[in-house]
Design a protein around this ligand. Sequence first.
Ligand code: HEM
Length: 449
Amino acid sequence: MIHNTDSKEDVYDAPGPKGCPFVGSLPSLAWDLLGFFESITRKYGDIVLFKLGRKHIYLISHPKDIERLYAGERKGQYTRKFFHEAYKSAFGNGIFNSYGESWKKQREILQPYFQKRAIETWFPVIREETEHTIQQLAKKNGSEVLHAEQAILPLVQSIMSRILFGKSLEDEDSQQAVMAINTVSQRTVVRSMLAFIFNGVLNRLPTPGNLKYQKALKTINQTINNLKLKAEREGDDKKCLMNQLTPLFDPQELRDHLFTLFFAGQDTTVNAIAFTLYYLGKYPDIQQQARKEVELMMSGKAHLDYQDLKHLQFTESVINESMRLSPPAYATYRDVEGNQKMGNTIIKDKSILVFSPYVTHRHHGVWKNPEQFNPERFINGEIQKLSFMPYGGGMRTCLGLNLARVEILTVVALFLHRFQWTIPDDFKVKFIPHMTLKSRKGIILKMLE
Ligand code: HEM
C-alpha cells in the first residue's frame, strides 16, 4: 500500500509472508530460524514484514538500512527493551539488558575497562592461559580427534574468570558452569520466541524447561558467588574487574554486570575460535599461509607479545572471514518508537526490527561470491560500511570487542604455532542458533603430527 506523506516521496508497506492465524510466522521461525530469515530475504527483499503472535516484525538486511537504524537509535527512534522481562531472571538490569538513561550511565562507567589500553594489561593472562591449555592438549598426543568447543571453553572461561575475579575456576565448578551456560543459551532462544505469545506468560510457568533454566541460572550464580568469595578471601589480584567495579555499583547491579560479562564473554568467543579452527582445518592451504605468517612472527622469540598481534594481518583476515560466514551473534533486534521511515518503507510504531549479521554477511548485493570462504577479501577488498558487523555497531556495539579480538587472535595464532590439523572426511557443520550460533554436532578437528 502507498501512504501519502508531507514529504515529496511516497512511502510503502514492506512485503512479507502472511504466516498462520494467531501465531504468524512463529512455526517457520521455530523450525529453522536462519533458513526462514534467508528465504524471506531472498523472496521479499531487503526489508521484510512478518508477524510473531500479534507483533509486527521487520527483518532488515542491507547495510544502508542498518546504518539508518543506528542513526535512528541515537535519536531515540529505536531501543532494545522487548525482551527485557524474558531476560531479566538471567541478566537482571545489567548492561546487556538495560535501556534508556540507565543503560547510558552504565555504558559510560564500563566502557573504559574495555578499551584497547585496558585490554593490553590483560594480555599476559590471555597468553598464559592459552599456553597452558596448548601444553595440556599437546600432552594428549595420540588422541587424534579434538572437540574444539570442549577444548576451548575451559580456556575462555579461565581467561574470563581471571579478568573478572583474579581467580580460575576449580575443574568441577568449571564443568558445571559450562553445562549451565549451555542450558541458558539454548533456553534463551525458546524464551525469546515464547515472549511473543500470551504476553510471555509461558516463560513464567513452572514448566520442565523453565525449571531447568532456573536451575542453570542458580548454578551460574553460585559459580560467580564462589569466585567472588574466593577473590575477596584470597584477594591477591587487586586489579581484577570485580575489585575495580565494586565501588561503582550497588551489590545487585554489580551482580547483574558480573553475570552479563561472565556469560557474554564466553559462548560468543568460544564459537568464534572453534569456527575459525574449523575453516582452517577445511582449507589446508589457508592454514599453511596463516601458519607461515605466525612462524615468521615467532622466529627467535620465546613468546607472542601484544605488539605482535597487529602484524598478523592474514590470520586476522581468516578470523574475520570465519566470523562473516559463522557470526556467533547471528541476530539482534530493536523496538520501534513511533512511526519511522527506512528509505521509502514505513516502519510502524511498536513493531520490532530484527537484523541478522548471518543474513547481511551473505547479502548478494554487497558481497562477491558470499558463500565462498575467501580471507583475501578482508585484505584487498573494499568492505562496505556495516556489511560486516559481527560485533554489532552504533552506540550498543559489543562492549567486549577489543577483549574478544585479542583473545581470538592469540588463541588461533598459538594453535597454528603448535598444531596442524584437518577435519574428518565425513564431518560437516550444520548450524544451530542457540543464544549464539553453534555447530549442531560441535566442531571436530583431526589433529596431525
Ligand atoms: C566473538 C566474541 C563476541 C561477539 C561476536 C559479540 C557480539 C556482540 C554483539 C553483536 C553485540 C551487540 C548486540 C546488539 O546490537 O543488540 C554485543 C553486545 C555486548 N557484548 Fe559482545 N560479543 C563478543 C564478545 C564479548 C565479550 C568478550 C564481552 C565481555 C566480556 C562482551 C560483552 C558484551 C556486552 C556487555 C554487550 C552489550 C553492550 C550494550 O548493550 O551496551 N561481548 N556483543
